[in-house]
Design a protein around this ligand. Structure first.
Ligand code: DQA
Length: 143
């Protein structure tokens, strides 16, 4: 069965209560539940993970190289703008990579305009809120 990994970076565990005017009212559980349902309908296996720790995100990306994961959908959150290490880990992953941001990072502070992960991403979605994850999963499943 085709397998997709959804990775959520730091502070995204607070979704629903964290700056809802920027990130929306849905919790991470709401988002993941919708993704689990959509993946099941499409016949895909899905794992959704969140971590506040850069090294743990890297470990999860490295594990995905070895377990047959076909695609990674990643919202690296603040690590988007800082992490060469996450970029390096994604560069060592052969499958599809889609970068997702809930907010339109390009309409925000200048430090959010640069993404290391975009140097590797096959697609980037920003500003669609939680629908961005659904769009990314649709794209992955459509191949
Ligand atoms: C974010 C945007 C980042 O700049 C920010 O640090 C986040 C969330 C988003 O989903 O809009 O934590 O990735």
């Amino acid at each position: 069965m085709n397998k997709v990994l959804v990775l959520h970076g730091p502070n995204l565990n607070l979704l629903g209560t964290r700056q809802p005017e920027v990130y929306g009212h849905q919790t991470l559980e709401d988002i993941n539940n919708a993704l689990y349902q959509e993946a099941a309908l499409g016949g895909w296996e899905i794992a959704c993970r969140q971590s506040n720790h850069e090294g743990e995100l890297i470990d999860l990306i490295q594990a995905a190289r070895l377990d047959g994961t076909a695609a990674i959908i990643i919202n690296p959150a603040a690590y988007t703008h800082t992490s060469v290490a996450i970029l390096d880990a994604l560069n060592a992953f052969d499958g599809t990579v889609i970068e997702v941001h809930l907010s339109n990072v390009h309409r925000r502070e200048p430090f959010r305009h640069h993404s290391y992960v975009s140097l590797r991403a096959d697609g980037v979605i920003a500003g669609l809120g939680s629908q961005g994850y659904r769009a990314a999963l649709d794209a992955v499943m459509a191949g």
